[in-house]
Design a protein around this ligand. Structure first.
Ligand SMILES: CC(C)(COP(=O)(O)OP(=O)(O)OC[C@H]1O[C@@H](n2cnc3c(N)ncnc32)[C@H](O)[C@@H]1OP(=O)(O)O)[C@@H](O)C(=O)NCCC(=O)NCCS
Length: 164
């Protein structure tokens, strides 16, 4: 069967994934991975730290047209608020992070979570649900995983200290 899909699907190219839609000019740290079908909205100012994983289908937003829409354009501007995702954050598949959030480093945003506008998440948090809530502090889990990994791969170089 002939390929019925156009070669160019209309999403502007980016260095991360051919099927990731990046808008604005987000700052993205080294080693961060971004999956397909993601929306990375840098329009209101977005910083994503180093070593993050943004799973397929996740959406990170820094703007909202709610007020513009419901006022029948009497408010003619789009609301924008910056979002910061610190280093080593895992964002699960189909999670949504709304504008104005700060996600602390080494946190997990569980699959399908919706992090409401202006939410601040402390470092080492497991966050889940709609609306998203901090389920628990996962620093002991992360520490234990590192000790386990180092013991398995190179016991001589064991160093369980994490970056701050
Ligand atoms: C969060 C996650 C990592 C599990 O972490 P965990 O430490 O094993 O968490 P637990 O299973 O112990 O769950 C802790 C609590 O969070 C809840 N929870 C976990 N994941 C959840 C989710 N996605 N949505 C809603 N609640 C969730 C559990 O029901 C549990 O609630 P309870 O304490 O009331 O019973 C996993 O559920 C997840 O979402 N993984 C993301 C997978 C993914 O997106 N993969 C993409 C490709 S890599």
């Amino acid at each position: 069967m002939a390929n019925q899909f156009p070669k160019n699907h209309g999403i502007p190219p980016n260095p991360y994934n051919a099927h990731c839609w990046i808008t604005g000019n987000p700052q993205i740290g080294a080693g961060t991975w971004i999956g397909a079908f993601t929306l990375i909205d840098g329009q209101g100012g977005l910083t994503i730290g180093k070593g993050c994983d943004i799973s397929c289908g996740a959406q990170i937003l820094t703007h909202s047209t709610v007020r513009r829409c419901l006022t029948e354009r009497r408010i003619d501007k789009v609301d924008r608020k910056p979002t910061v995702i610190e280093d080593y954050v895992f964002v699960g598949t189909n999670a949504v992070i709304l504008m104005g959030c700060r996600i602390g480093h080494h946190s997990v945003i569980a699959a399908g979570a919706v992090v409401l506008e202006n939410t601040t998440i402390p470092p080492y948090s497991l966050v889940a649900g709609v609306p998203a809530r901090v389920v628990r502090n996962i620093q002991p889990d992360v520490q234990a995983w590192i000790v386990e990994a180092l013991a398995e791969h190179d016991p001589a170089k064991r160093d369980n200290s994490l970056s701050e």
